[in-house]
Ligand binder design. Sequence first.
Ligand code: SF4
Ligand code: SF4
Length: 92
Amino acid sequence: MKLEDKLFQDRYIVDEEHPHLKIKDPAACLNCEAKQCTQICPSEVYTWEEDHIDVAYGDCLECGTCRVACAEFNNIEWRYPRGGFGVMFKFG
Ligand code: SF4
Ligand code: SF4
């Protein structure tokens, strides 16, 4: 089964009031040449839009990889969603 098909099976309850992911300093991303967050996220949450990173946090799988990937600038504020929100995985 392709990754896209697996992701399609997951369900998300998005916390519109309290996003659990945030770019701390958008200006710092201008100095980040690799922009590895846009490459490493399995759910393609981060995209570069002309002059800033767009964060589609509602698609987050809560794997934590982006925190590690942004180690040089430590520019991603990351926490688990509040109780009752976030991803629900479907197995099988
Ligand atoms: S890896 Fe970090 S610093 Fe670089 S573009 Fe992404 S969020 Fe910004
Ligand atoms: S925690 Fe994982 S799925 Fe969520 S934005 Fe970071 S890399 Fe993407």
